[in-house]
Design a binder for this molecule. Structure first.
Ligand code: THU
Length: 144
């Protein structure tokens, strides 16, 4: 479900614009010789740090890693666990939404994550992860 633009974001206008810029910058490092589909992501932590990620493909196609997961893995391996938003941009003049694997991966670290789908002209749509992955199986479903 895409949120109406009137619905308030946890981010300021400047933070959104900065996150969009970082996702477009991250796209430049995309390693995508097979799909030729460059994707960039910028992930903001609760303490205001931003991690960039790009998609990284592999000659064995199934080994590809999406931009969103690259950004998450970089941040998590640096010790971050709590995130407020991620912006995702691609090469085509279109909005893309995270794949199913990325939705599940991101859900591990909070279902209220804001996701910005960024177009080439910097326009964007916004959603909350929980709306993209309803009835998710998550960490709270694990019992000892
Ligand atoms: N891809 C991403 O990096 N993020 C998405 O949200 C959708 C797809 C990548 C994976 C692959 O390298 C290429 O785009 C084509 O699917």
């Amino acid at each position: 479900m895409v949120l109406p633009m009137t619905e308030a974001s946890a981010l300021s206008h400047k933070q959104i614009e900065d996150l969009i810029t970082e996702s477009l910058t991250a796209r430049q490092n995309s390693y995508s010789p097979y799909s030729k589909f460059r994707v960039g992501a910028a992930l903001q932590t609760v303490d205001g740090r931003v991690y960039q990620g790009c998609n990284v493909e592999n000659a064995a196609y199934g080994g590809a890693v999406c931009a969103e997961r690259t950004a998450f893995v970089k941040a998590i391996s640096d010790g971050h666990r709590r995130f407020v938003a991620i912006a995702v941009s691609c090469d085509y003049n279109n909005f893309i939404t995270p794949c199913g694997i990325c939705r599940q991966f991101m859900n591990e670290f909070g279902k209220s994550l804001e996701i910005f789908f960024v177009n080439d002209d910097r326009t964007y749509k916004r959603a909350i992860l929980e709306d993209l992955l309803p009835y998710a199986f998550g960490p709270e479903d694990h019992h000892d």
